[in-house]
Ligand binder design. Structure first.
Ligand code: SAH
Length: 242
């Protein structure tokens, strides 16, 4: 499937993902058409596969960025506050910024924001540099609509919350409590988690039970509902390298 969905330019890639049904939401499609992956992926930007960005990190495959936005879409509107954990290249942070901006008016501080948190300073700098390659990106940085910060994403970033949506771009060992605390009610988190249980329901700690995306909803009354949605393969959410 991956070869089929690749393209020779950004528009072709996104149109192919759309035709293949890997992106289904029109707002997500438009937001992804608005960010050239060439600004964020140093090699094969229009291939539907993860690409290395240095420091042991990768920019995720475009169809995964699409899925993440589609699971969060009902929580991404002008005014929403969003946290993108493990922001890496900054690509998804930019797509999310498009989703929380009203294209008919210039961005203002009042309309919410997206914070990309990353624990490798060089990648924080890289994300800012990547975003600086387009006029839209430069405006997002200048207005504060997008901020990239260096820190341990497992603790969230309380200063920017509470969040309508939290995206986690690396596999966690658990549903970290501070992240659930920093969700708004209502709010939603999309998080890959290293499973401790195999499909048979038995514990497989250390045996690679596999990773799954969990969608965690904090309802308006504060109750938390968790759903395991599909199997994935992400780099781990870890301690910062020494
Ligand atoms: N969404 C990014 C994914 C980058 S890969 C993109 O598509 O470009 C995952 C990122 O998570 C890596 O950049 C890695 O450095 C970062 N990361 C891993 N553990 C982290 C932690 N505890 N806190 C913040 N970032 C972390």
């Amino acid at each position: 499937m991956a070869w089929f969905c690749s393209g020779t330019n950004n528009t072709e890639l996104i149109e192919n993902l759309w035709s293949a049904g890997l992106i289904k939401n029109k707002r997500v499609k438009k937001a992804m058409l608005g960010v050239d992956r060439d600004h964020y992926a140093p090699s094969s930007p229009y291939s539907d596969s993860p690409q290395p960005i240095g420091y042991g990190a990768t920019i995720s495959a475009p169809h995964m960025h699409g899925h993440a936005c589609e699971y969060l879409i009902d929580f991404l509107h002008p005014g929403s506050r969003v946290l993108d954990i493990g922001s890496g290249s900054g690509y998804l942070t930019h797509v999310i910024a498009n989703l929380i901006t009203d294209p008919s008016s210039p961005p203002t501080d009042a309309d919410g924001h997206v914070i990309g948190i990353e624990h490798i300073q060089e990648l924080v700098d890289l994300a800012r540099e990547n975003m600086g390659k387009s006029e839209d990106g430069r405006n997002f940085l200048k207005s504060g609509k997008v901020q990239f910060v260096c820190g341990d994403g497992r603790r969230g970033w309380p200063e920017g919350g509470p969040y309508d949506a939290i995206h986690v771009g690396a596999a966690a060992v658990e549903l970290h409590a501070p992240l659930i605390e920093q969700l708004k009610a209502p709010g939603r988190m999309f998080i890959p988690v290293e499973s401790e249980e195999g499909e048979d329901g038995l514990s497989h700690v250390g045996l690679g039970g596999g990773q799954y995306i969990w969608v965690v909803d904090k309802k308006a009354d504060g109750t938390v509902v968790k759903e395991k949605v599909f199997g994935v393969s992400y780099v781990p959410l870890t301690d910062a390298p020494k």
